[in-house]
Design a binder for this molecule. Structure first.
Ligand code: ADP
Ligand code: MG
Length: 263
């Protein structure tokens, strides 16, 4: 590894560091195995309130698994995950309640095909949050309008473009008023001309002060919208630093190789 020119190499955060008191997200020594295959091998990081963290890394490095462990869609094998001061990995935690504070957007939009955009958004509001039909509709219209979808609120997913579908999925998450938003390659399934409109929505959300963890291959987005970047490699955080500094002067041969491939 060559000597970095203008930034000190930051040692990885030790796994036994106390949970970050003011952190929006605090992950300590996170491990996940599938059978004998350990795909997360001790991941430790914090995300500050309103911080935008981009997660980069080659396919299979554990990015999706890590993201799913943040809201316990996957159960960690070891380590702790704390979101908004609640340690989700503690026994007896009401995980359903905790999940309503964490929005997640996937590569494939996961909308209900038989429901309109509007009903996709109102569904969770009514059933998870117990909000009345009228109030849920009001919230949903406002959220869809904010994301430029007011005109298509009554359309079903099949009659929307991929970019519109993904924006509906984002609107559905935001309507729940989450404290943090997780994005897993939210633009990877989109035709190139539709990527921009989704990134624009994510950029605006980042600017509004939302705490975000964004798994992406969009280096431009990482450079412009992220505060911090972590680079995952084989189930570990190989690099962690300020977004521009890390991307403009990438330390580590593996990270440079990766950037050369995706840029
Ligand atoms: P990334 O999102 O960085 O591409 P993933 O988190 O999807 O990586 O996968 C990391 C590793 O874990 C891969 O080797 C993958 O095959 C494996 N893996 C992911 N999910 C499962 C699962 N449900 N069962 C077994 N292996 C899995
Ligand atoms: Mg993935």
């Amino acid at each position: 590894r060559p000597t970095p020119t203008n930034q000190p190499a930051s040692p990885p955060t030790p796994a036994d560091l106390p949970v970050g008191a003011g952190s929006a997200i605090s992950v300590r020594g996170l491990r996940k195995s599938y059978g004998r295959d350990e795909v997360l091998r001790g991941v430790t990081f914090d995300v500050a309130p309103s911080e935008v963290l981009c997660v980069l890394g080659p396919s299979g490095s554990g990015k999706s698994t890590m993201l799913k462990c943040l809201n316990l869609l996957e159960a960690p094998t070891a380590g702790s995950v704390t979101v908004g001061g609640v340690t989700l990995t503690d026994p007896g935690v009401d995980i359903d309640a905790a999940r309503t504070r964490i929005g997640m957007v996937f590569q494939h939009f996961n909308l209900f095909g038989h429901l309109t955009a509007l009903d996709n958004v109102t569904l969770a509001l009514r059933h998870v949050k117990g909000i009345s039909k009228a109030e849920a509709k009001e919230i949903a219209y406002a959220q869809l309008g904010r994301l430029g979808l007011g005109d298509v609120a009554r359309h079903r997913p099949a009659n929307l473009s991929g970019g519109q579908q993904q924006r509906v999925a984002i609107a559905r998450s935001l309507a729940m008023r989450p404290e943090v938003m997780l994005f897993d390659e939210a633009t990877s399934a989109l035709d190139p001309e539709l990527v921009k409109e989704v990134l624009a929505v994510m950029r605006e959300l980042a600017g509004s002060g939302m705490t975000m963890v964004v798994v992406t291959h969009e280096i431009g987005f990482a450079r412009e919208a992220a505060d911090r970047v972590i680079f995952m490699d084989e189930g570990l955080i190989a690099e962690d630093g300020e977004a521009r500094a890390l991307l403009d002067d990438p330390p580590g041969a593996r990270f440079r190789e990766f950037l050369a491939q995706v840029l």
